[in-house]
Design a protein around this ligand. Structure first.
Ligand code: DGP
Length: 114
């Protein structure tokens, strides 16, 4: 989608520190990390928010989840623990309107989140 930062990362127009890529998804380091490990996992397909995921995207959603698990294991934060966050719309603080999972770990995280 035109004017979407994450679509531009998918196309290679904007550089990113990519950690994973396949035909459906990519993962890259967050530009402003909030934890020692802070990775964004995104579908290549443009979905502005998690609310746009439809029945046909069920497999894709599962794929993003399993990709997060794989990266958590690769980064060695699977045993210590990690958080997967999807911010949806304004109150949650979503700032980039292309669906993304934040994979965060490597430090203790308080609950509830602020
Ligand atoms: P959210 O607030 O949930 O929409 O998170 C958006 C995240 O995207 C935020 O943690 C910063 C990150 N981000 C924004 N622009 C870029 C970029 O151009 N490159 C990378 N790697 N991350 C970005």
């Amino acid at each position: 989608m035109e004017d979407c930062i994450f679509c531009k990362i998918v196309s290679g127009e904007i550089p990113a520190k990519k950690l994973y890529e396949d035909d459906k998804a990519i993962a890259f380091e967050d530009l402003n990390p909030k934890a020692p490990v802070h990775i964004l996992i995104i579908p290549k397909k443009h979905l502005a928010t998690s609310l746009e995921a439809k029945e046909e995207d069920k497999g894709l959603m599962g794929h993003l989840f399993l990709t997060a698990n794989k990266l958590a294991q690769e980064k060695g934060i699977d045993r210590s623990g990690f958080r997967l966050v999807v911010n949806c719309n304004e109150d949650a603080g979503q700032s980039v309107f292309h669906l993304h999972f934040h994979l965060m770990g490597g430090r203790f995280m308080a609950w509830p989140p602020g």
